[in-house]
Design a binder for this molecule. Structure first.
Ligand code: ZN
Ligand code: FE
Length: 257
């Protein structure tokens, strides 16, 4: 399975999964259609699936036009998003699976950013492969999505599910927000040397317009404050220890940063 990252709109990433032998492709969160259609034409693949993580327009905006070009494709999304994702046909819940090419994706129900958000995790087949996590606006590189429809407690539960995946899992988040996330992160986790180094590397990469996505889950565990509510450092910053409260305070600080 190949994964192509396509930058669209101001800071979104759309991911196209392809199986070049079978000439089939799937897309994660098509914000828009035309760059996806161009890429599919270039690799000469038929689009068989749209995997949506949640209903926001910058994740589903291309659904309609893609279906017009590929009427047989199937549109997947979370069961709680019923009525909100255009042309949704499959309604997924925690522990459901989806198939693409030779890979089976596991569905995680991860409410918080929205009340219906899901993530797709494709475990490795061979030992040397990486797992691929498509987490929409749940975990970002160095940050997390805003809590539009969920609570800190829900987001802690959701991120806990994703945080237990292997360290070498690639995190394909839906936005290039890394630099502003890291700029905030260094202010709430001040002694974290790995974070400071990541911030420097991120500044370097972005000054040359190099994408910072995907990141690795192991790096997120070390440096992303929104995966670190149970560390003494973040508990000290929040001046509290209860997980949802630590998370809620850090999220509130980010909202006002
Ligand atoms: Zn969103
Ligand atoms: Fe988004």
């Amino acid at each position: 399975m190949e994964i192509k990252r396509i930058p669209v709109l101001a800071d979104n990433y759309v991911f196209v999964l392809s199986d070049l032998k079978q000439k089939k492709a799937a897309v994660i969160d098509p914000a828009v259609a035309s760059p996806i259609l161009d890429y599919l034409a270039k690799i000469n693949c038929q689009l068989v699936a749209i995997f949506n993580t949640h209903h926001h327009y910058d994740h589903v905006g291309g659904n309609k036009e893609l279906i017009q070009h590929f009427p047989d494709l199937c549109v997947y999304g979370g069961v709680e998003d019923k009525g909100r994702i255009p042309h949704q046909q499959v309604f997924l819940k925690q522990d459901d699976t989806v198939q693409f090419a030779d890979r089976v994706g596991q569905v995680f129900f991860v409410p918080g950013h929205t009340r219906a958000h899901i993530a797709y995790y494709f475990p490795p087949i061979e030992a040397e492969e990486t797992g691929e996590l498509f987490c929409g606006d749940t975990i970002f590189a160095g940050g997390c999505g805003r809590l539009f429809e969920g609570t800190p407690s829900q987001m802690v539960d959701s991120i806990s599910k994703l945080r237990q995946l292997p360290d070498n899992t690639r995190v394909w988040c839906a936005h290039e927000y890394t630099l502003s996330n890291l700029k905030f992160a260094v202010t709430v986790d001040r002694e974290n040397v790995a974070l400071q180094e990541r911030y420097k590397a991120g500044q370097q990469a972005r000054s040359q317009h190099i994408p910072t996505v995907p990141s690795l889950l192991g790096i997120e565990k070390q440096t992303n404050p929104f995966l670190r509510w149970d560390t003494p450092e973040l508990q000290a910053t929040a001046n509290i220890t209860q997980p949802a409260r630590v998370f809620g305070r850090i999220r509130g600080m980010k909202d006002n940063f």
